[in-house]
Design a protein around this ligand. Structure first.
Ligand SMILES: [Zn+2]
Length: 132
């Protein structure tokens, strides 16, 4: 998907935060990536490593370590309250791909394994966030 664009905006966010706190060394950054984002972790990590050189050259911000954590997707049924994970559902490759592009597409492809309802919440596994 958009590993490079995502890596770029993460580097930018870290750089801005470092500057606003007058820091120029960031020891470790934890990046949590939701399973539904469909990020290729290997490509993403490579992009981060390449781009952090830019942070150093352009802004004199040194980022020492990245830790990428994948957050598993989970869902909660609004009808019966049942909670389940993406791994518990059997999805075609095509459905998985659609969900990776548009997490809301999950509602079309996934239903509560217990009561069959399509009315559920995505509890986790969306989006990307960082912890410094
Ligand atoms: Zn249900």
């Amino acid at each position: 998907m958009h590993e490079w664009a995502l890596a770029e905006s993460i580097i930018l966010t870290i750089t801005e935060k470092a500057k606003s706190e007058n820091k120029n060394v960031i020891d470790s950054v934890e990046i949590v990536v939701g399973e539904l984002q469909g990020i290729d972790i290997e490509v993403f990590e490579f992009a981060l490593n390449e781009l952090r050189n830019l942070a150093k050259e352009e802004n004199n911000v040194i980022i020492k370590n990245f830790r990428i954590v994948e957050e598993k997707a989970s869902f909660r049924c609004n009808r019966c309250g049942y909670v389940w994970r993406l791994d518990d559902t059997s999805l075609s490759a095509e459905a998985r791909e659609s969900i990776h592009f548009i997490p809301e597409a999950a509602h079309g492809f996934i239903q509560c394994p217990k009561c069959g309802s399509h009315d559920f919440e995505i509890v986790s596994g969306r989006g990307v966030y960082i912890r410094l």
